[in-house]
Design a protein around this ligand. Structure first.
Ligand code: BG6
Length: 496
């Protein structure tokens, strides 16, 4: 059997896309709470207000969009008349018992969720945590325990308390290192004995393309992005240090957005483009998991005139307290070339590049690659020699309810058969040390990229549409029963 007996099968979610209850029980506003709905062809927007004149408006929040996300003199704000999908998500806040029961029914061993920073520290700067926020996650973890589901908790998944974005330009300020450390140590201590596995920052490398979404950086110049990355990397090391001092059994993982790049041609120039593209991603794991700034990054900063505000002890911390394991999201591969090609593709984080003629894509242009997980796992294992965990993988689809009232998502089963098969070969043929697999968006939730409900990933359908209408009723899809079987036989049989 390929997978170890204690392999952690499960699903993944994020508070800003799932939890809702955006101002309930003392929660503060997050960066995600000022982002409107978009679509496959229309970017989400960030709404803003001019505090002097009262003027309001919205700017596109597209991945890889403009450096400054709102006009000078304005701040991102919750403005009446716009629809913000994060405000209700798919209301995990009030459905957690039902949802965790469904996960239990599928046989989940683990459930990846994110904790909402502004639910615990509403502006990020309070001295004391919000007790009602702590109580909510206590109820969630107690519910998980009933089904022997091990939580895997992301401390920051595409949300930063909005006040920190406005007052400090988010993670571009070193001030956030201490504020995050306070938040992280508060919750790690509070949930000691209930939560063993933590992730610091979701897809830390997303800073490159979405500094506001990922890190609360309003003015995302190259200098500010580099500083924000440094601050998060130092914060991660501080959290590892503090968590281990509290309880050596606690493990803090890194979370990287990873998609192998393929060269479109065998032109050596294309291979260099692949190498440079991969450095943009792997820099983050070279530091957070590897413990050191790589030479290529210093050279890049030198060329671009970037100077970090750093301290000598930052580098000691990074070397001494790397992440305990490396987790990553992987939805497919991307193609690059130095040659003129017209057929473009999309992909996670807008990094799709060129269309791969060998692969099928979904309606959002994301390619399905049957070998991607084996490739990803081998590259990361060879480079870091640390345990790995696939914490996001899946396919977005505009599921429809059939005449018999059910969702027959055979396309999702096909995608997962290919991907889990590839993961199995990595374990079986290459001996990869893999901790677990959590399929993305296990219960339908809002899309991060487009804000749509239509782009669904779940094993469970949630009745809600792109205008925020629907009963929020849950209904298992065909893939629910398939995944239940896969978990029951520990991945030995992937057939339908
Ligand atoms: C990952 C994010 O990049 O991709 C998730 O961590 C996101 O938050 C997922 O939802 C899928 O992307 P999308 O845009 O289809 O929701």
């Amino acid at each position: 059997m390929a997978f170890k007996q204690d392999f952690l099968w499960g699903g993944a979610t994020a508070a800003n896309q799932y939890e809702g209850a955006y101002l309930t029980d003392g929660k503060g506003l997050n960066t995600s709470d000022v982002m409107t709905v978009g679509s496959a062809t229309k970017s989400r927007s960030i709404t803003w207000r001019n505090l002097k004149t009262g003027e309001t408006g919205s700017n596109p929040a597209g991945w890889g969009g403009p450096t400054r996300v709102v006009p000078e003199g304005t701040v991102p704000a919750d403005v009446a008349g716009y629809y913000y999908p994060s405000h209700e998500g798919t209301d995990f806040y009030h459905h957690y018992q039902e949802d965790i029961a469904l996960m239990g029914e599928m046989g989940f061993k683990t459930f990846r969720l994110s904790m909402n920073w502004a639910r615990i520290f509403p502006t990020g700067e309070e001295d004391q945590p919000n007790q009602a926020g702590l109580d909510f996650y206590d109820r969630v973890f107690d519910e998980c325990k009933k089904y022997d589901i091990e939580p895997l908790v992301t401390l920051s998944h595409y949300e930063t308390p909005l006040a920190l974005a406005i007052n400090y330009n988010g993670w571009a300020s070193r001030k956030l290192i201490a504020l995050f450390e306070k938040y992280a140590t508060t919750v790690i201590k509070h949930y000691q004995g209930k939560v063993k596995y933590w992730l610091t920052f979701n897809e830390i490398n997303c800073m490159e393309v979405a500094p506001f979404v990922a890190r609360g950086v309003i003015d995302g110049t190259a200098q500010n992005k580099a500083q924000a990355a440094h601050n998060q990397l130092v914060a991660s090391a501080k959290v590892v240090k503090a968590a281990h001092a509290l309880d050596p059994a606690i493990q803090i993982g890194q979370m990287l957005a990873y998609g192998p790049l393929y060269a479109y041609t065998c032109d050596p120039e294309d291979q260099i483009k692949v190498m440079e593209g991969m450095q943009r991603t792997l820099f983050y794991s070279d530091v957070q998991t590897g413990g050191h700034y790589p030479a290529y990054q210093w050279k890049r900063y030198e060329r671009e005139g970037i100077k970090l505000v750093d301290r000598p002890e930052d580098y000691d911390l990074l070397a001494q307290y790397p992440a305990d394991f490396l987790s990553f999201s992987c939805y497919g591969s991307n193609v690059v070339t130095t040659h003129e090609e017209t057929a473009k593709s999309d992909g996670n984080l807008g990094q799709g590049g060129i269309k791969n003629p060998y692969l099928e894509t979904n309606a959002w242009g994301w390619a399905t690659d049957p070998e991607v997980l084996r490739l990803a796992l081998n590259t990361l294992a060879d480079r870091y020699h640390k345990p790995l965990w696939i914490v996001e993988n899946g396919i977005g689809w505009a599921d429809e309810i059939a005449a018999d009232g059910k969702v027959h998502d055979d396309y999702r089963i096909k995608y997962l058969q290919a991907n889990i098969g590839s993961m199995e070969r990595a374990v079986d043929l290459d001996g990869i040390d893999l901790m677990g697999y959590t399929m993305w968006g296990c219960i339908d939730l809002v899309s991060a990229g487009t804000g749509e409900m239509k782009k669904r990933y779940g094993f469970v359908y949630v009745d809600r549409d792109d205008a925020g209408q629907g009963t929020l009723k849950r209904m298992p899809k065909d893939s629910f029963y398939w995944y239940k079987k896969v978990i029951a036989n520990n991945g030995a049989d992937l057939s339908e």
